[in-house]
Design a protein around this ligand. Structure first.
Ligand code: AMP
Ligand code: MG
Length: 354
């Protein structure tokens, strides 16, 4: 049985955090809220504890984990060197959704980043996560708390849906505010490379560092060598087949047309579209066999990101076979949104003129 510790996200009850910290100290698995998504935590120094994460999630062994800390002071012990640009970024963006890939020291379990010389480190911007890590008194390795390949969990309900009975506890601190994972930035290369776009925007990072590259944000085939093992895998995917739909060159909205095409073939179809597109459809969204979900406003990509994984999971609950998802502009949070949608779609993109 998975224990559930329900806490106030801003002022969590110390006794519950103590109990969760004790589980981490004794090699157990605890899911906990962060500002991005729920993490599945274990003692990052213990190979046995970290092995349990991979087992519970069914995660490929070569996909490295991010190590979470509660203070700047915890970082030097985890890394071989701390370049000054890393310190600048830490002070500017931590606590927050930015993971820095640095050369690792010897104190971490080999399984945290097997076969790599590096480790990804971050300080989450969430009172529950920070206090849990501090009380546990250890670096906490934590990937997203979902079954591998599924949409990441942004609520305790999502965590339990995937992992109930497979992990020791979940600290329930309510829904996550950002809703997509941290940005993973590799500082061991020149220029620095974004390995995964996320909650800290490319624009924000470039304001501090100058130009960075976005390394193969999505590629599902071919013989390129991934810099970050996670890039190899289909990810964030609901049970339904996702198609990402780009607007036609003439500006026409092909969402309804593609939805209709799949519906005619006898499939139950979900459409994920911005508030603007939904309202342009008017009453036509009330069509039997085609379910429209409002993804949020095109002018508020943060809200689209916050609800994205929950919306993908809602389509599964509704039992749709196919999801037609609108493409968003790749600026600001749009880069992370498009990365998740493209991976959920396994690279399948439909264009307006198709
Ligand atoms: P998740 O486990 O879902 O939070 O995703 C963590 C992601 O961070 C992985 O899939 C990797 O892409 C990336 N990552 C973590 N550590 C490293 C590292 N040392 N080098 C490259 N990428 C990393
Ligand atoms: Mg994940």
């Amino acid at each position: 049985m998975t224990k559930v510790f329900r806490v106030d996200p801003r002022d969590p009850d110390e006794r519950y955090l103590q109990a969760a910290a004790e589980i981490l100290r004794s090699g157990g698995l605890v899911a906990f809220p962060t500002e991005t998504v729920y993490g599945l935590g274990a003692d990052a120094r213990s190979d046995a504890a970290v092995a349990r994460i991979f087992e519970a999630k069914g995660r490929p062994q070569d996909n490295p984990l991010i190590v979470h800390v509660h203070s700047y002071d915890a970082v030097p012990a985890l890394v071989r060197e701390l370049p000054s640009r890393a310190e600048v970024l830490m002070y500017r963006f931590w606590p927050g959704p930015l993971t820095l890939v640095l050369r690792k020291s010897g104190i971490l379990a080999e399984r945290v980043s097997p076969g790599l010389e590096t480790v990804g480190v971050r300080m989450p911007d969430h009172e529950v996560a920070l206090r849990l890590i501090r009380i546990a008194g250890l670096p906490v390795a934590a990937p997203s708390a979902n079954v591998s390949g599924r949409p990441s969990p942004t609520s305790p309900t999502h965590v339990l849906r995937d992992l109930d009975g497979r992990i020791d506890a979940v600290v329930d601190g309510g829904p996550c505010g950002i809703g997509v994972e941290s940005t993973v930035l590799d500082l061991t290369v020149v220029p620095p490379a974004i390995l995964r776009p996320g909650g800290t925007t490319r624009e924000d990072i470039e304001e501090v560092l100058g130009d960075v590259v976005v390394d193969h944000p999505v590629q599902t085939e071919g013989d390129w060598a991934p810099r970050s093992p996670g890039m190899k895998y289909r990810h964030y995917a609901p049970a339904a087949q996702v198609y990402l739909v780009e607007t036609g060159a003439d500006g026409s909205d092909p969402l309804a047309r593609f939805a209709e095409e799949y519906h005619i073939r006898g499939l139950k179809v979900g459409v994920l579209a911005s508030s603007e597109r939904c309202s342009a459809m008017g009453e036509r969204v009330e069509r039997p066999g085609i379910v429209w979900i409002d993804a949020g406003s095109e002018r508020d990509l943060a809200s689209v990101a916050r609800d994205l994984f929950d919306n993908l999971r809602r389509f599964d609950d509704l039992g749709v076979d196919v999801i037609i998802a609108q493409a968003f502009p790749e600026t600001g949070m749009g880069l992370a949104i498009m990365n998740r949608l493209l991976k959920a779609a396994g690279g399948r993109v439909l264009r307006g003129e198709d």
